[in-house]
Write a protein that binds this ligand. Structure first.
Ligand SMILES: Nc1ncnc2c1ncn2[C@@H]1O[C@H](COP(=O)(O)OP(=O)(O)O)[C@@H](O)[C@H]1O
Ligand SMILES: [Mg+2]
Length: 236
């Protein structure tokens, strides 16, 4: 579904991505692991069109989408839930959800918002509250729900569990699994490596802008070298 081929990305003169390649098969969950500063967010920004690669190509569903803008990619079915959530804190929960569907022209938006609220009852309860008054976990759910309302084929999630309490983290991983089971392909960036691999099919390890390892999630989970170097933080 997604093929990233040898992309380079720079901030000014500093090269942050050095010929990154990765593939995401339709229907799968793929995780990118890596320490702080490895280039994970930059990779997600490049795939979602926020940053233009200086070399390499990106293919989505067999089409060359290299250099397209985020709104063009969104229309093709690529949605990003950015790091740090970035919901609109001065708008209500409902308005935030409506923003997720702003580019759609079909008549199912109201029904889809209803469905999303059924799935995230807390968002229904708080629909008139400002986004900024939600807790971190609720904001993350809102960010994910908003992305779902764009009806993505590929959902990019940049550290969705960051800064959340363990119980909420478990919820978030469960939600990601459910979204995938409902037919959406997922590319996930996580520091919570063990839990991320447990729900993933395949994983990549990024180190200072280069892919240094890849393999099935099972293989990565069972590789002591990788566990020690990249899966650092222990969790269940
Ligand atoms: N807007 C920016 N301007 C300049 N350098 C940046 C910017 N954003 C990130 N960087 C640098 O690029 C590198 C990769 O960052 P990032 O992709 O955010 O890593 P990660 O998400 O893996 O923590 C880091 O060295 C970071 O300091
Ligand atoms: Mg990041």
């Amino acid at each position: 579904m997604l093929k990233v081929n040898g992309i380079n990305a720079f901030y000014g003169k500093i090269q942050v991505l050095k010929s990154i390649s990765l593939e995401v098969e339709e229907g799968s969950i793929v995780t990118i692991l890596g320490a702080n500063g490895a280039g994970k967010t930059t990779t997600m920004k490049t795939i979602s069109g926020l940053l233009k690669p200086q070399a390499g190509s990106i293919q989505f569903q067999g089409q060359d989408v290299t250099g397209l803008r985020p709104d063009q990619l969104l229309r093709k079915g690529v949605a990003l839930v950015p790091e740090g959530r970035q919901i609109l804190s001065g708008m209500t929960v409902l308005e935030n959800l409506e923003m997720g569907a702003y580019h759609r022209k079909d008549n199912e938006i109201a029904q889809d918002i209803k469905n999303v609220m059924e799935r995230f009852p807390i968002l229904e309860e708080r629909q008139k509250q400002l986004g900024g008054t939600l807790s971190g976990g609720q904001q993350q759910m809102l960010a994910i729900a908003r992305a779902i309302l764009s009806k993505p084929k590929l959902l990019l999630l940049d550290e969705p569990s960051m800064g959340l309490a363990p119980l909420i983290v478990a919820d978030i991983f469960k939600i990601i699994t459910e979204i995938n089971e409902a037919g959406t392909t997922v590319l996930l960036v996580e520091q919570n490596a063990r839990q991320a691999l447990k729900i993933s099919d395949y994983g990549y390890v990024l180190e200072t802008g280069k892919m240094v390892a890849e393999g099935s999630s099972q293989k990565l989970l069972n590789d002591p070298r990788i566990m020690e170097a990249y899966l650092g933080r222990k969790s269940s």
